[in-house]
Design a protein around this ligand. Structure first.
Ligand SMILES: [Zn+2]
Length: 479
């Protein structure tokens, strides 16, 4: 969705935040096309209205399902790296005692370009029966041939087409550089609240997925590099082409880029192979300083929250991004910015390894990543809570993206700034040692799992050894 009319209070933010960007110029359309488009939009809105964003079942099971997805993808890119087609399949297991009668694919990038001119197309689906897409074409329900009991597995497969639109975005191409975040359809999660079918947001993230395994084969022109989630190796393809195979284990998503990047690499002291891919406009000295920062920051976060498990990391730099940075497993997009890069790397733990429902609980990854950034940069947040000023009683640190999409100018201030200040305050309250142990142990206990506010509060209470009700109330941390 297009950004709102306001300008951020500060011109540069260390995280994915809305920044001003040009509004797309409306295209001229003939009246009949416009009328048809309006009807299509109404149909989508009606479908979305008929589909509750989270439909609780009669005896909703808190177990998150489908579990342990295994994605196998083969795609061929066109000469520009903006068009990709091929096949995707996903095997999944029902972890719940409640039968699994359906799954939902999230086609997140159909939020770019809308319905029905969708940039992500799914055809020839096998292993189930698809409905018409819903939630602005970002959700596709697939009825399974028969219900899966607990422990039973299913497989669906489909032909996949991807058309990358113009724009320096997490899904977009900036000239010859294409960025494919959220381009692969992934399975939605069903839990105690039912199916999570929340809408896409451009203010932050809506993504909520289980840790999964990916094997992705990308056949592309040899003059394009394709940094990607996971570990990659290249083999020669047909004339002038290269086949890059990327394998990733226990990741919540898979992202890649394609372009004539300048690449430099180094290995951190702890053994993480970090590569920086620079688009045109990012100079070699900036690339080198970002590489040095990335290798030190990934180790600093690992010392606090547990060893980085993925072995490799790609940092893709483009100073044209309208946001400051965006996180994916083993893959981050960034402008040249110290705090943005350290923040996105912290997301490897807070969102990636320790997952969360980013639509309903954005503070669990954003405040935690900003707090980790402060620690890595030696900032202690002294007195930062003194700057807190609420605009209404409804404004909660734990607000969902539904709230922040209605109050976008407050999202960064409350969730990031107040959020990290609350964590600094908690550290001051329980002590540096107890706070460090709390986060380290909490990450260990939720490794490849999902964090919730209630579980974090429970862990914090245990670490504090005292009731923290007053602390949560003061800091407006509900749940
Ligand atoms: Zn962030």
């Amino acid at each position: 969705m297009p950004p709102g009319p306001y300008l951020p209070a500060r011109p540069f933010r260390p995280h994915r935040r809305r920044r001003p960007r040009p509004r797309p110029r409306p295209r001229r359309e003939d009246p009949m096309r416009s009328a048809l488009a309006l009807l299509a939009t109404l149909a989508v809105l009606l479908t979305a209205a008929a589909t509750p964003s989270r439909a609780p079942g009669p005896q909703a099971d808190p177990v998150r399902t489908p579990a342990a997805p295994v994605y196998t993808v083969r795609l061929t890119g066109d000469s520009a790296g903006t068009g990709w087609h091929g096949h995707e399949s996903v095997r999944f297991t029902n972890a719940s005692a409640e039968p699994l009668r359906e799954v939902y694919l999230r086609l997140w990038d159909n939020a770019h370009g809308g319905c029905p001119a969708s940039p992500i197309t799914v055809h020839g689906l096998t292993g189930g029966t698809p409905d018409a897409p819903s939630v602005g074409c970002t959700a596709l329900r697939v009825a399974l041939p028969s219900p899966l009991g607990r422990g039973a597995s299913g497989v669906i497969g489909f032909d996949l087409g991807i058309r990358v639109p113009s724009g320096a975005d997490r899904f977009g191409h900036d000239g010859r550089y294409s960025f494919l975040g959220n381009a692969l359809p992934v399975l939605a999660v069903r839990d105690a609240a039912g199916w999570h079918l929340d809408p896409y947001t451009d203010n932050g993230e809506s993504f909520y997925s289980q840790a999964a395994d990916f094997a992705v084969t990308l056949d592309h022109p040899s003059d394009l590099l394709v940094p990607a989630t996971g570990s990659s190796h290249d083999t020669p393809g047909s004339a002038g082409r290269t086949v890059t195979t990327a394998v990733a284990s226990k990741v919540r998503d898979f992202a890649w880029a394609a372009g004539p990047f300048a690449k430099i690499s180094a290995t951190s002291h702890a053994g993480v192979r970090v590569s920086v891919y620079s688009a045109a406009g990012v100079g070699p000295s900036d690339a080198r300083s970002m590489l040095e920062l990335a290798t030190s920051a990934i180790d600093a976060h690992a010392r606090r929250f547990g060893a980085y498990p993925y072995g490799e990391l790609a940092a893709v730099l483009d100073d044209d991004f309208w946001f400051s940075g965006m996180e994916y497993p083993g893959f981050v997009l960034d402008r040249v910015s110290t705090s943005a890069l350290v923040h996105e790397l912290a997301h490897q733990w807070w969102y990636g390894i320790v997952g969360d429902d980013e639509y309903n609980d954005p503070w669990l990854d954003e405040a935690f990543s900003d707090y980790a950034t402060d620690l890595a940069l030696g900032r202690l947040g002294e007195g930062c809570w003194n700057a807190v000023s609420w605009t209404s009683a409804d404004e909660r640190l734990t607000g969902s993206m539904r709230y922040w999409d209605a109050h976008p100018t407050r999202y960064g201030t409350v969730v990031y700034d107040y959020g990290k200040c609350a964590l600094h305050d908690l550290r001051r309250l329980i002590g540096d040692t107890a706070m460090a142990a709390l986060l380290r142990d909490y990450a260990r206990d939720h490794w490849y799992g999902v964090s919730t506010t209630a579980e974090f509060k429970s862990a914090a209470r245990a670490a504090a050894g005292t009731d923290l009700t007053g602390f949560w109330e003061l800091h407006r941390i509900d749940g």
